[in-house]
Design a protein around this ligand. Structure first.
Ligand SMILES: [Cu+2]
Length: 138
């Protein structure tokens, strides 16, 4: 492992730890009037050459915060769209060791496609599927 790659890996580990803490603390976010359904579900997507690894394959419906962490040595982006088509949400190109986020509303009982649109990365394996349940997922 090169020094640069080691540094990038350390950054990603720190991000993942922060993300885990944020996950544990979501109940404290938002005012009582907003209600728990306003708290976004979170998904962590790890990118490297040439895979997208999701922190989970199923998620609850409604508002979601998707974070792309680039654990690779090349730049990557993230495109998110209902499998049946529609609006494409995206995290713009992220440099190695860096991260980006996108917020969107996930449609209940649906499936989403996630992929990297740079060069031929999708063909090389940078795609994944996300299933959105009808009810909230623990
Ligand atoms: Cu890519």
């Amino acid at each position: 492992m090169s020094a640069r790659r080691a540094a990038a890996a350390a950054t990603v580990a720190a991000l993942a730890a922060t993300f885990a803490l944020a996950l544990g603390g979501t109940s404290a976010v938002g005012s009582p009037a907003a209600g728990p359904e306003k708290v976004p579900n979170r998904l962590l997507v790890r990118a490297d050459e040439y895979d997208l690894t999701l922190s989970r394959g199923e998620i609850g419906p409604g508002p979601a915060l998707i974070q792309l962490v680039n654990d690779g040595e090349d730049a990557h982006d993230l495109q998110v769209r209902l499998q049946k088509g529609g609006v494409t949400h995206q995290v713009a190109e992220v440099a190695p060791g860096d991260y980006g986020t996108v917020e969107l509303r996930l449609k209940k009982g649906s499936r989403y496609q996630l992929w990297c649109s740079l060069q031929n990365h999708r063909l090389l394996g940078m795609e994944a599927k996300l299933r959105v349940k009808r009810k909230p997922v623990e």
